[in-house]
Write a protein that binds this ligand. Structure first.
Ligand SMILES: Cc1ncc(COP(=O)(O)O)c(C=O)c1O
Length: 762
């Protein structure tokens, strides 16, 4: 492959660069040779502080040359070198010095450097050549095998006579719409889109060749016995896991707060679902399942009272348990404790870590993830699903499925592969595979540094919001808040979060651990050392409701703020009634903090001045003038807040989620009715009472099922009806705030939207 050295500049840290000294002259000469002969560039840095900035902000440095004389204080030089090495384990570091000084070079420096550049000993040509050798080796070392093979193949410019039909992009050039797309993405994307008939790249379905190597590498890095790359998201990872172990009429013990893909897995496997029920707090945030729900007696009771499980199966052991870790809102479980209990009661453990692929790479998450290395005496096979694409760096839909063998029961790779292949395409997208391998390599090389930077940045943003809120409260004013520990133990004293040093917060799990005593979180009966909050999942709170669920006199619905932010180019991850969630991933830049805070201040100003909605949401006002014209932003927030209050929407939502409705058939049997078209659309009103759902109903927020297929809407689940009707009426009252409810279709009746859903035909 032709190397483009320009993409990998050499960082030269020396204050001689611009001086009229012998050394300065030679540095400039070396720099010229690098530029002219190798098309490389030198980034000059004349001070240690400047060099540190560069090291923190750039990951494209090909080699660093450090002048040993950049400072008379050699411990400063040693500190700089340690910092470079800490941030990058393999980046070549060359020490520039003269031979006489060798004896004085401290061991700390010798330990981290890769070689020397003798200032005046060798020729400039020789030194430039040596530098390039280091750059060259380094570039090779950052390319894992699959990506290296793919990139090499793409650069070989072969004539392809195989799929995909666009043939390296050429097909797109035959029509203007295609040309437009080709120009947008650039040629490389298409040249790297190859057919499975390229033997050099191995086979994803057989896990052979460089693809197989990449999966094995990921397994090693993520602590798994096997890893499978899944190119259609964790939605499919979840189904593969269940389908591989569960069959008809076996029992699955599953988080009611699970992703809907697990509900589809219930349909596919025809399993009996038995639910764990997560707590909720007054803000409506979904919390953890109680630890005692994992105990044998509890599970047995759930099975006993389940009307669908026949008598002769009541004694069956749970075949698969599935828990969401972390939840959307950043609730993470001490998996070690759960494993210790569940290992006796279930045959397979599944942790859905779609939002949490980074956990292994930072000590703050110790013991809180499925692939944790622990010394459990005995455990069943453990399965973990991860959307690498969600919070690490992979193309969308690129996910990983990790498996750890049980102590006594090993998972047979080739048997498992039979299920894997059922969900895989025979035309995998190679760039997605490459992105999974690169995500692995990035975390392997410097995952802890990446995560630490990310956590520190998130902590700074958290503190800033708290500080602003405190300042405003002191002036009897308001600001947005943050759902997080208000105080934590620091130096043996309960200390305000914002007064604890960032590094301490980023390195002490106990700051984030939920407890019953320090109840900032609002969850009842919190067990000790069981749950922590993820520092990088930021829930912003608005005035309007307190942690106990009491509504306040005035309030700001989060959906209004979220719409405002969208108009300012800021998109939140999830909006609840009085909170929204922002994800702080390794792709988040500090610039985003500033933009977000500025937009929140703008909202505050517009709200405080009650600026006309026609200025804030002109499109909504133009579309629904009868509802919104002449109203100010504060009036609008008051109207919605009062509506929520008067109609008790939050409590209705809580009540709807608290009880599991009666099950009249398995989700898979309800689905059979869909296939056979033995279903009918029914209005969500009193008329629906007594009917069995054909499909699941999933309101967003919070995105978890309120009813499953096969469950009955009757007096036991009346809260569900109350909640849905209130939501429907709210939407009619406040057009533009329609939210997504999977399973609900709206039809128009006398100028109003009426919710309908699919029930089993009677
Ligand atoms: C807990 C959980 N599991 C699985 C998924 C599905 O992941 P993907 O989008 O990768 O299919 C999601 C998606 O939001 C999720 O929240």
């Amino acid at each position: 492959m032709n190397t483009n050295y320009k993409e990998w500049p050499v960082l030269l840290i020396s204050d001689e660069i611009n001086k009229n000294t012998d050394v300065g002259f030679r540095i400039r000469k070396i720099s010229k040779i690098l530029e002219n002969d190798y098309d490389n560039i030198i980034i000059p840095s004349v001070s240690i502080n400047d060099a540190k900035e560069i090291i923190f902000s750039r990951a494209d440095i090909g080699t660093v040359i450090v002048d040993f004389d950049i400072s008379d204080n050699k411990s400063h030089v040693a500190e700089l070198l340690a910092l470079i090495r800490n941030r990058n384990k393999t980046l070549p570091i060359l020490l520039m010095t003269d031979k006489e000084q060798t004896e004085n070079i401290p061991t700390k420096v010798l330990e981290v450097i890769n070689g020397y550049i003798w200032e005046l000993a060798d020729t400039a040509d020789f030194l430039a050549g040596r530098i390039i050798r280091y750059v060259d080796d380094y570039i090779k070392s950052v390319q894992p095998p699959f990506f290296a093979t793919l990139a090499k193949y793409v650069k070989e410019y072969k004539y392809a006579w195989h799929t995909p039909g666009h043939m390296g992009g050429n097909g797109f050039l035959k029509s203007p719409a295609g040309v437009n797309m080709f120009n947008f993405y650039g040629e490389t994307v298409f040249r790297a889109d190859l057919s499975i008939s390229v033997p050099e790249l191995g086979s994803l379905l057989d896990h052979e060749g460089v693809v197989g190597e990449a999966e094995k590498y990921s397994a090693k890095v993520f602590n798994a016995d096997f890893t499978f790359y899944v190119l259609n998201g964790t939605s499919n990872v979840n189904q593969i896991i269940w389908r591989s172990q569960l069959i008809d009429n076996q029992i699955a013990f599953v988080d009611r707060n699970c992703h809907k893909s697990l509900n589809y897995a219930m349909v596919n496997t025809r399993a009996f679902p038995v639910y764990m029920i997560p707590r909720r707090n007054g803000l409506g945030i979904i919390g953890p399942v109680k630890l005692k729900e994992f105990e044998e007696q509890f599970i047995k009771r759930q099975i006993d009272v389940n009307p669908l499980i026949p008598k002769d199966r009541k004694g069956d052991k749970v075949k698969m348990s599935a828990l969401t870790n972390s939840t959307y809102d950043g609730i993470i479980y001490n998996v070690k404790r759960i494993k210790e209990i569940l290992k006796h009661n279930v045959e397979n453990l599944h942790f859905d870590e779609a939002w949490y692929a980074y956990a292994k790479f930072h000590p703050i998450y110790k013991d809180h993830y499925g692939m944790n290395k622990d010394e459990l005496e005995k455990h069943p096979p453990i399965f973990v699903s991860q959307s690498t694409h969600k919070l690490l760096t992979a193309f969308s839909q690129s996910s990983m499925l990790h498996i750890k063998n049980g102590t006594h029961r090993k998972i047979d790779h080739s048997l498992f592969n039979e299920t894997y292949m059922m969900y895989g395409s025979t035309s995998p997208q190679y760039s997605m595979i490459a992105s999974l391998e690169i995500a692995t390599k990035m975390m392997d090389d410097n995952g802890e540094v990446l995560m630490n930077d990310n956590i520190l940045d998130a902590i700074q943003l958290r503190k800033k919001v708290v500080e602003i809120q405190k300042e405003k409260h002191a002036e009897n004013d308001w600001f947005f808040g943050m759902w997080q520990p208000v105080k934590a133990s620091y130096n043996g004293k309960l200390t305000n979060f914002e007064e604890i040093p960032d590094e301490y917060i980023a390195s002490h799990q106990d700051v984030w651990t939920l407890s019953a005593d320090n109840n900032w979180h609002g969850f009842a009966d919190m067990e000790e050392r069981y749950i922590m909050l993820d520092p990088i999942k930021l829930t912003f709170t608005m005035p309007g409701i307190n942690i106990d669920g009491k509504t306040e006199e005035e309030g700001i619905p989060a959906s209004v703020v979220a719409n405002f932010l969208i108009n300012h180019g800021i998109v939140v991850e999830k909006t609840d009634y009085y909170s929204f969630l922002m994800l702080h991933s390794i792709g988040t830049t500090r610039g985003k903090h500033g933009a977000l805070l500025a937009a929140l201040f703008k909202f505050k100003e517009a709200y405080d001045k009650n600026i006309l909605l026609s200025e804030i949401f002109p499109e909504s006002v133009a579309q629904y003038p009868e509802k919104y014209s002449g109203k100010g932003l504060k009036d609008h927030c008051d109207d919605i807040h009062n509506y929520f209050k008067e109609h008790d929407l939050i409590n209705k939502m809580q009540a709807a989620y608290e009880n599991i409705p009666e099950q009249s058939m398995k989700p898979s049997d309800a689905y059979r009715h869909v296939v056979e078209n033995k279903v009918e659309r029914v209005e969500v009103s009193e008329r629906i009472m007594g009917r069995t759902m054909a499909i699941m109903l999933v309101p967003y927020p919070p995105g978890i099922p309120i009813m499953m297929g096969g469950e009955v809407l009757n007096e036991k689940s009346r809260h569900v009806l109350d909640y849905l009707v209130t939501r429907q009426n709210f939407e009619n009252e406040f057009p533009g705030y329609e939210s997504d409810i999977h399973g609900i279709e709206r039809k128009e009746k006398s100028g109003k939207a009426v919710f309908t859903t699919l029930c089993i035909r009677e």
